[in-house]
Design a binder for this molecule. Structure first.
Ligand SMILES: Nc1ncnc2c1ncn2[C@@H]1O[C@H](COP(=O)(O)OP(=O)(O)O)[C@@H](O)[C@H]1O
Ligand SMILES: Nc1ccn([C@@H]2O[C@H](COP(=O)(O)O)[C@@H](O)[C@H]2O)c(=O)n1
Length: 209
């Protein structure tokens, strides 16, 4: 049986990574792997640090979706891929890549998964993590200052200039494509447990096949 591709989409700070990590932890990395759309931001080595700050990172144009889709298709057909690595503190790809082996369950995480029809076509299950925007921006401020080397002013300015408009234009309308909506994100134990039950069922089916 071919690997099952599960998309986990939602706004920035909604809790996608937390949901994804929990599903990976419960399923085990022998049978499950994760591929993140964030790793497929375009290479910006040709731009100066000042120019990179101006990029709209919430618009579909910011992503190398051709490479992302090529890698999704490869994993789906049982081939391994070398996923790019990304450094948010310098707004650019790292030189290193990570080898991803195809596993029975491939979790795919990203803000713009469901707004790209070619990605939608490849997904076997679509999960949207839905969290109010006030909660998301508060989570993002904490995370970006701690983990992504940002100042409070830069997070607020970026949110107003690009994150919020792109969320309303691309992310929020894409919720309609979801099979399952998870309110509040990673600490929603009931929702994560229900999804895990479905994954366990899929894994048992694969073993029988
Ligand atoms: N249900 C929740 N309740 C409280 N905090 C949460 C919840 N889900 C996620 N978080 C926290 O919010 C922050 C952003 O979550 P994350 O999973 O990284 O979001 P995303 O990947 O959608 O940007 C993290 O610090 C995470 O620990
Ligand atoms: N150089 C970059 C690249 C992306 N971002 C922001 O990351 C957000 C997506 O990641 P989440 O984990 O929050 O889903 C997205 O909203 C971009 O604005 C960035 O700030 N800098």
């Amino acid at each position: 049986m071919k690997p099952i591709l599960i998309g986990i989409c939602g706004g920035s700070g909604s809790g996608k990574s937390t949901v994804t990590e929990q599903l990976l932890k419960n399923t085990g990395d022998a049978r499950c792997t994760v591929i993140r759309q964030d790793n497929y931001y375009k290479d910006q080595s040709h731009l100066s640090p000042e120019e990179r700050v101006k990029t709209n990172y919430d618009h579909p144009f910011a992503f190398d979706n051709d490479l992302f889709i090529e890698h999704l298709m490869a994993l789906k057909s049982g081939k391994s891929v070398d996923m790019p690595e990304y450094d948010f503190s310098v707004h650019n790809r790292k030189k290193e890549t990570i080898r991803l082996e195809p596993k029975d369950i491939i979790l795919i995480e990203g803000i713009l998964l469901f707004s790209e029809p070619r990605v939608l076509d490849l997904l076997d299950m679509k999960i949207f993590v839905d969290t109010d925007s006030d909660v998301r921006i508060l989570r993002r401020i904490k995370r970006d200052m701690k983990e992504r080397a940002r100042s409070l002013d830069s997070v607020i300015d970026q949110y107003m200039a690009t994150v919020r408009p792109a969320h309303l234009q691309f992310v929020e309308p894409s919720k309609r494509y979801a099979d399952i909506i998870v309110p509040e994100g990673g600490h929603n134990k009931v929702a994560v447990d229900l999804i895990q039950t479905k994954l366990n069922h899929i894994l048992a089916e694969i073993e029988k096949a």
